[in-house]
Write a protein of this length. Structure first.
Length: 139
Protein backbone atom coordinates (compact mmCIF):
# COMPACT_ATOMS: atom_id res chain seq x y z
CA UNK A 1 0.00 0.00 0.00
CA UNK A 2 1.42 3.38 -1.08
CA UNK A 3 0.51 6.55 0.73
CA UNK A 4 1.00 9.98 -0.77
CA UNK A 5 2.07 13.07 1.11
CA UNK A 6 -1.45 14.48 1.04
CA UNK A 7 -3.06 11.29 2.33
CA UNK A 8 -0.66 11.30 5.26
CA UNK A 9 -1.22 14.98 6.03
CA UNK A 10 -4.99 15.10 5.35
CA UNK A 11 -6.78 14.27 8.63
CA UNK A 12 -10.03 13.42 6.79
CA UNK A 13 -8.45 10.34 5.27
CA UNK A 14 -7.96 7.40 7.53
CA UNK A 15 -4.68 5.56 7.62
CA UNK A 16 -6.29 2.27 6.71
CA UNK A 17 -7.76 3.31 3.35
CA UNK A 18 -6.14 2.29 0.12
CA UNK A 19 -5.11 4.83 -2.46
CA UNK A 20 -7.43 5.05 -5.41
CA UNK A 21 -6.13 3.29 -8.47
CA UNK A 22 -8.48 4.97 -10.89
CA UNK A 23 -6.77 8.38 -11.13
CA UNK A 24 -3.39 10.00 -10.83
CA UNK A 25 -1.72 9.92 -7.45
CA UNK A 26 -2.38 13.01 -5.35
CA UNK A 27 0.56 14.67 -3.65
CA UNK A 28 3.52 16.90 -4.30
CA UNK A 29 6.34 15.80 -6.51
CA UNK A 30 9.94 16.50 -5.67
CA UNK A 31 10.06 19.18 -8.39
CA UNK A 32 7.04 20.97 -6.89
CA UNK A 33 8.59 20.92 -3.43
CA UNK A 34 11.87 22.32 -4.81
CA UNK A 35 10.01 25.10 -6.66
CA UNK A 36 8.11 26.06 -3.50
CA UNK A 37 11.33 26.11 -1.45
CA UNK A 38 13.02 28.28 -4.09
CA UNK A 39 10.12 30.73 -4.02
CA UNK A 40 10.27 30.91 -0.22
CA UNK A 41 14.04 31.52 -0.42
CA UNK A 42 13.67 34.31 -2.98
CA UNK A 43 10.96 36.03 -0.96
CA UNK A 44 13.04 35.65 2.21
CA UNK A 45 16.10 37.15 0.51
CA UNK A 46 14.06 40.10 -0.74
CA UNK A 47 12.55 40.82 2.68
CA UNK A 48 15.89 40.25 4.43
CA UNK A 49 17.58 42.73 2.08
CA UNK A 50 15.01 45.38 2.96
CA UNK A 51 15.46 44.77 6.68
CA UNK A 52 19.27 45.04 6.50
CA UNK A 53 19.08 48.24 4.45
CA UNK A 54 16.77 49.73 7.06
CA UNK A 55 19.35 48.81 9.73
CA UNK A 56 22.11 50.61 7.79
CA UNK A 57 19.91 53.67 7.41
CA UNK A 58 19.26 53.67 11.16
CA UNK A 59 23.01 53.45 11.85
CA UNK A 60 23.62 56.42 9.54
CA UNK A 61 21.00 58.49 11.38
CA UNK A 62 22.44 57.47 14.76
CA UNK A 63 25.92 58.47 13.59
CA UNK A 64 24.63 61.87 12.43
CA UNK A 65 23.07 62.41 15.88
CA UNK A 66 26.32 61.37 17.62
CA UNK A 67 28.35 63.77 15.48
CA UNK A 68 25.97 66.60 16.30
CA UNK A 69 26.24 65.78 20.03
CA UNK A 70 30.04 66.13 19.78
CA UNK A 71 29.56 69.80 18.94
CA UNK A 72 28.67 70.58 22.56
CA UNK A 73 32.04 69.73 24.20
CA UNK A 74 33.80 71.55 21.34
CA UNK A 75 31.65 74.64 21.96
CA UNK A 76 32.30 74.51 25.72
CA UNK A 77 36.07 74.21 25.11
CA UNK A 78 35.94 77.12 22.66
CA UNK A 79 34.09 79.34 25.16
CA UNK A 80 36.58 78.57 27.96
CA UNK A 81 39.75 78.88 25.88
CA UNK A 82 38.82 81.27 23.03
CA UNK A 83 40.11 78.70 20.56
CA UNK A 84 39.03 75.45 19.03
CA UNK A 85 40.43 72.22 20.49
CA UNK A 86 43.01 70.43 18.36
CA UNK A 87 41.40 67.07 19.09
CA UNK A 88 38.19 65.64 20.50
CA UNK A 89 40.19 64.33 23.47
CA UNK A 90 41.32 67.88 24.22
CA UNK A 91 37.64 68.91 24.26
CA UNK A 92 36.99 66.02 26.65
CA UNK A 93 34.41 64.56 24.27
CA UNK A 94 33.02 61.15 25.15
CA UNK A 95 31.86 58.38 22.82
CA UNK A 96 33.81 59.39 19.74
CA UNK A 97 32.91 56.29 17.73
CA UNK A 98 30.26 56.09 15.04
CA UNK A 99 27.44 53.53 14.95
CA UNK A 100 29.73 51.08 13.13
CA UNK A 101 32.26 51.23 15.99
CA UNK A 102 34.88 53.26 14.10
CA UNK A 103 36.57 56.33 15.51
CA UNK A 104 35.29 59.60 13.99
CA UNK A 105 37.70 62.14 12.51
CA UNK A 106 37.99 65.70 13.77
CA UNK A 107 39.92 68.50 12.09
CA UNK A 108 40.15 72.23 12.51
CA UNK A 109 39.70 74.24 9.31
CA UNK A 110 41.37 77.67 9.04
CA UNK A 111 41.27 78.14 12.83
CA UNK A 112 37.64 79.32 12.86
CA UNK A 113 35.69 76.21 11.90
CA UNK A 114 35.90 72.48 12.34
CA UNK A 115 34.70 69.29 10.72
CA UNK A 116 33.67 66.01 12.33
CA UNK A 117 33.53 63.09 9.90
CA UNK A 118 32.45 59.47 9.88
CA UNK A 119 33.50 57.39 6.89
CA UNK A 120 30.14 55.58 6.87
CA UNK A 121 29.48 51.86 6.85
CA UNK A 122 32.43 50.90 4.65
CA UNK A 123 35.01 52.96 6.58
CA UNK A 124 36.41 54.50 3.37
CA UNK A 125 36.13 58.03 1.98
CA UNK A 126 33.20 58.67 -0.36
CA UNK A 127 30.53 56.08 -1.00
CA UNK A 128 26.79 56.15 -1.44
CA UNK A 129 23.84 55.28 0.78
CA UNK A 130 24.92 53.88 4.15
CA UNK A 131 28.54 53.88 2.95
CA UNK A 132 28.52 57.65 2.32
CA UNK A 133 30.59 59.90 4.55
CA UNK A 134 28.66 61.75 7.25
CA UNK A 135 30.05 65.22 7.92
CA UNK A 136 29.09 67.81 10.54
CA UNK A 137 30.75 71.22 10.58
CA UNK A 138 30.99 73.79 13.33
CA UNK A 139 30.64 77.47 13.58
Amino acid sequence: MRRTLLSIVDPRKSLGTKASTSGAEKGLTLIEIIVVLMMVGIIGAFIGGKVFKAGDKAKAELTRAKLNSLKEPIYIYQMRNSALPQSLAQAEAEDTKDAWGKEVEYRVMDGRGYEIRSMGGDGRPGGTGADADIVVTGP
